[in-house]
Write a protein that binds this ligand. Structure first.
Ligand code: SF4
Length: 371
């Protein structure tokens, strides 16, 4: 019923609705401010918020929903710091600590279907003493084995860690890794930019400003990236809006972000909070992000984090991308994500067509792939 109404040809909002002025503004392609974003977050009318989000999404993506045939490699879970929401990291010597050798990376990569795969998403903990050549060699190995695959690797947090550990400038790092074949950065590690919240959930991680600076330099070096926001823990609506505003400001300057990915906090095996936020809050966060980030072409409903059903619903609340096959995700499953470890291409196509949307296979940069 709810989805049906959102799919009505041109659903509108009644003139007496508290959201009508925002609807009109968005309909006129005007940018909304932080106060208006707060009004949207505080609204109990999720359907109307979804209608406004769909206006923006239709403008960018019509009825298309993107997916990619991708795989994950988490090269090590050994991490020099401990964020309180993280269920993945270990210390060296822990019974479950692991470090993949180059040979392990090669073997892992050969488990993916080489005719189909288009992207490797590669991230890990902040390893205390692997040499810089380890990271260069991992990228080069994958690119040599299958040059068609885009390597999207290392969050801003890992890149800042390399800069520290190897005493290199960000520009140097991107030049060296770019020479080996690094083409894009994932959006992880952003969490919530608010310093007050960061002090509580990840006090030893880089600051929000540093995260933004790494992406600024990446964009300047010709490397595109994604952005995330971890929500549903101890942050307020104002914190979420501040996060979105800082991303929107940087995107105005660089135009280097491809997609924004709101990530639901998962509570298992970490000490931060004991329950997951509501589905309504998740949908509203997708929708408000879509409306506020009017300079981001894509909003991703990452099925691993949202779960398949909520990700499908999010396609009616402004999202236009389900991510991909994701073989095989470790980080969020360690925190209790109940989604499967992977989906097939036909699963993704079915999930999208069930929502009356048009499935479009893409590469990492949203070029359409005919299959
Ligand atoms: S979130 Fe990243 S940086 Fe923080 S503890 Fe986990 S692996 Fe380490």
């Amino acid at each position: 019923m709810l989805v049906k109404q959102l799919h009505k040809h041109h659903p509108t909002i009644p003139k007496n609705s508290p959201l009508y002025s925002i609807y009109q503004k968005v309909n006129n392609k005007e940018r909304i401010g932080e106060d208006e974003a707060l009004t949207l977050f505080q609204s109990h009318n999720i359907l109307e918020v979804g209608i406004i989000a769909n206006l923006v999404n239709q403008r960018f993506n019509q009825n298309k929903v993107y997916y990619i045939l991708n795989g994950h490699i988490n090269y090590s879970n050994v991490c020099a710091i401990q964020c309180s929401f993280c269920s993945f990291s270990t210390k060296r010597g822990d019974h479950n600590a692991y470090e993949m050798s180059l040979e392990d990376v090669k073997n892992k990569f050969t488990t993916f279907n080489q005719d189909e795969i288009r992207e490797i998403h590669m991230v890990g903990g902040l390893h205390p003493d692997m040499p810089f050549s380890y990271y260069e060699d991992m990228i080069q190995t994958i690119k040599t084995m299958n040059p068609r695959v885009t390597v999207k690797a290392f969050t801003a947090v890992e890149i800042a860690h390399f800069a520290d550990l190897f005493n290199m400038s960000l520009e140097d790092i991107f030049e060296k890794l770019g020479d080996k074949g690094l083409e894009a950065l994932p959006g992880g590690g952003a969490e919530i930019f608010s310093e007050k919240i960061r002090r509580k959930i990840c006090p030893t991680k880089i600051s929000g400003d540093q995260w933004l600076e790494v992406h600024r330099i990446a964009h300047r070096s010709g490397i595109k990236s994604n952005a995330t926001m971890l929500f549903g823990h101890i942050e307020t609506y104002e914190d979420r809006i501040d996060h979105l505003k800082r991303l929107r400001d940087l995107q105005d300057q660089t135009h280097g972000f491809l997609t924004f990915i709101p990530l639901t906090y998962h509570p298992e095996h970490n000490p931060l909070r004991s329950n997951r936020t509501s589905v309504l809050d998740e949908l509203k966060t997708v929708a408000v992000s879509r409306i506020f980030l009017d300079n981001f072409p894509h909003i991703k409903a990452y099925w691993v984090m949202l779960g398949i059903k909520v990700a499908q619903l999010a396609l009616s609340f402004g999202a236009d991308d389900l991510d991909g096959t994701v073989k095989e995700e470790k980080i969020y499953h360690a925190a209790g994500a109940e989604s499967p470890q992977m989906l097939s291409k036909s699963d993704l196509i079915d999930l999208i067509t069930e929502c009356r949307k048009i499935p479009v296979q893409r590469d990492s940069f949203y070029n359409e792939i005919q299959s």
